[in-house]
Design a protein around this ligand. Structure first.
Ligand code: FES
Length: 325
């Protein structure tokens, strides 16, 4: 049993349990989603003591150096003193708009006062505590409301509720923002390669518009993969950007059936990228979607020459819609 000091209280973490469980059991409101080390929403900071190595597994060196760790992976062997992640925040959000887009994607717009970058993600928390992580498609400098795009799964507890019950004017809690898959306005000549499937387009839509907003000069290639053309839920918006910005190109890639009216490619997204970008040296890449696809994209882009530190990924885990940068 290890004792952990947190906000003027002490909690005991039993062997086989973890700090997140202990803090939640003690009644503390700690952001969390996947509870498996994937989404990083439970990130906290060490003040004193020695962390088990597993608590920092997968974190960036810069985070580790600052003592950040994941509470859900922290099974301390000795006493610790910890604090909340100073970057995390929980605020109320009011639903101002909801719209069902093609591909059973629910676009939810909320007014909420949080600081974030497009492409980061937030936890949306229902009154009963049920929470899911969703990426932010909005750009704070371009629009006042937060926007998330939620794939409505047939058996999705949160997404079904959001589609059927959540109404304009209702309030949700928003925790975050988290993650570091976002655009940084440096090396504006660098070519950008972005690809995603399903609602993996949501963070990419925010990242692309952010890059264009600040005048990124290098070419920006966005590929949207889908099983069929009808599920390409941002097709119109992305074609409109393509028409306006000379350095931006949008390519939908469909696995089955005809490509959309405005053009696109047939085939598997990863294969299309492999043949279109045999040399990715010097590229900055952003990939979002299912873990299997994103990891494969990361690997092939790295093997084709891109530096690993220039490849930014959000992996959506299916059960929680959680995202990790
Ligand atoms: Fe700890 Fe997701 S809740 S990493």
């Amino acid at each position: 049993m290890a004792t952990v000091h947190f906000e003027d209280t002490e909690v005991n973490v039993a062997p086989g349990s973890n700090l997140l469980e202990a803090l939640l059991t003690a009644g503390h409101d700690i952001p969390n989603s996947c509870r498996a080390g994937a989404c990083q929403s439970c990130m906290m900071q060490l003040i004193e003591g020695e962390l088990p190595a597993a608590a920092q597994q997968g974190l960036k060196a810069t985070h580790k150096a600052q003592g950040y760790f994941l509470a859900c992976c922290c099974e301390p062997e000795a006493g610790l003193r910890v604090q909340r992640n100073p970057a995390s925040q929980t605020v109320s959000a009011v639903v101002v708009d909801k719209e069902l887009l093609p591909g059973r994607v629910l676009r939810l717009r909320m007014s909420a006062d949080i600081h974030y970058r497009p492409g980061q993600f937030v936890n949306l928390v229902r009154d009963d505590g049920l929470s899911r992580a969703y990426s932010l498609a909005s750009v704070p400098e371009l629009e006042r409301e937060l926007e998330v795009q939620i794939r409505v799964h047939e058996d999705g507890q949160f997404s079904q509720w959001a589609q059927q019950k959540l109404a304009i004017g209702d309030t949700l809690k928003v925790q975050g923002a988290f993650g570091d898959c976002f655009y940084l306005a440096e090396q504006k000549q660098q070519p950008l390669l972005l690809a995603g499937t399903g609602t993996g387009l949501s963070p990419l839509y925010g990242i692309v518009r952010d890059a264009l907003r600040v005048g990124h000069d290098g070419p920006i290639h966005l590929f949207a993969g889908s099983r069929v053309a009808d599920d390409l839920y941002l097709d119109k918006e992305l074609r409109a950007l393509d028409a306006v910005y000379q350095n931006f190109s949008y390519t939908p890639v469909v696995l089955e059936g005809a490509v959309p009216e405005g053009g696109g490619e047939n085939g598997d997204l990863n294969q299309v990228l492999k043949s279109r970008f045999p040399d990715t040296k010097g590229y900055r890449a952003y990939f979002c979607g299912s873990p299997q696809r994103v990891q494969a994209l990361r690997k092939q882009t790295f093997l084709a020459g891109a530096s690993m530190q220039d490849i930014h990924c959000d992996l959506f885990t299916p059960s929680s819609q959680a995202v990790v940068a």
